[in-house]
Design a protein around this ligand. Sequence first.
Ligand code: UD1
Length: 422
Amino acid sequence: MDSIIVRGNGPLKGQIPIAGAKNACLALMPATLLSEEPLTLTNAPRLSDIRTMTELLASLGAEVTALQEGKVLAASCHGEINPVADYDIVRKMRASNLVLGPLLARLGHAVVSLPGGCAIGARPMDIHVDALSALGAQIELRDGYLHAKTQGGLKGAVHEMRFASVGATENFLMAASLAKGTSVLKNAAREPEIVDLADCLRAMGAQIEGDGTGTIEIQGVDRLHGATHPVVADRIELGTYMLAPAICGGEVECLGGRIELIESFCERLDAAGVSVEQTKAGIKVSRKNGRIRAVDVVTEPFPGFPTDLQAQMMALLCTAEGTSVLEEKIFENRFMHAPELLRMGANIEVHGGHATVHGVDKLRGARVMATDLRASVSLILAGLAAEGETMVSRVYHLDRGYERVEDKLSAVGAHIERVKGE
Ligand code: UD1
């Protein structure tokens, strides 16, 4: 298994191109199941999670071809469709559950294994099941699989989710696009990836309004057609790389970044003493004068501070002046990076959903282990701030969500390399 070696760094300088959003692309790809005509996605990220979704869609009868070194995905689903999403593929990635809504909409039935994914909490499927049941699906759990069917297809309905789940909103949007009549989803998730999916579905002929707000209205249509859609920029990759100059000093411009994608994160960076500036090409980040200041962080659904940037923000706050409190409100088990950061000399106490970070002057390089996707990259960021060498092992998590992290960081002057494992 590969490892990443990072050495404590001086100031960084240069530009980092931000890829298309993994989480948007993982929702856009299953939309191909909704139409017989081709769906082309441009600005796709090159990640192992995307390859897993390609494999899953192929097992269902869709074809997804990676063009231009993977930056363009040409998808098509015109032949016979297999309604069974098998455990062997689904267990690799929770986002596999995003085939449930499209399969139900196109075929009227589906059998989808319960998902796996990062070990960051129980992550049940009840909100998805309630949302699709509201559209007339009958869903039961047998042998680890959700068995879903409809009588005469899905029917439009008004439904309010108990929590603004991102994945359940995406499944509902795709399913309701082909349901009979009008659907309204209340307490819908508002993440930019939802808006991106709605944009793509509209380009395919769907009638959707209100995406980006808490209430989305969908007028079902008989069929959807082909489309070409550019994947929105990855706000989590963006936030991650914005933290690199905040940690090491210097100035980095993240190309393709837009502040409106991560306003609450930018506001916390500003409070911590980091300058964030929108430029024509992206977002320019540098440290203001002096040491980073402690700030409190609460993760919340969009437009709140993203849970997917909590671990990376903690890496920054480890060496801040003062004490920061990070509250994790989305996932119950998402501080697994804290014990690894302790190995590097950080001073962190975790109590349930709160982590208290007492800033230390310096972190020290150590051997650490990546436990999930965002935790892995937080250890790399911490390594950039540490004295000496940090070796991050089990980086397969990292490759699920960051393309060429070592190339992007070394291009701006970071001392980082990948060591190939057996
Ligand atoms: C998506 C993102 C993930 C991000 C998360 C929250 C993708 C592929 N992944 O995940 O990176 O961290 O949003 O911003 O887009 N829940 C239930 N029942 C359900 C569904 C969810 O209890 O049926 C709970 C989960 O356990 C979790 C919370 O709701 O505690 C948020 O989950 P959700 O918004 O659904 O996240 P995902 O779509 O899985």
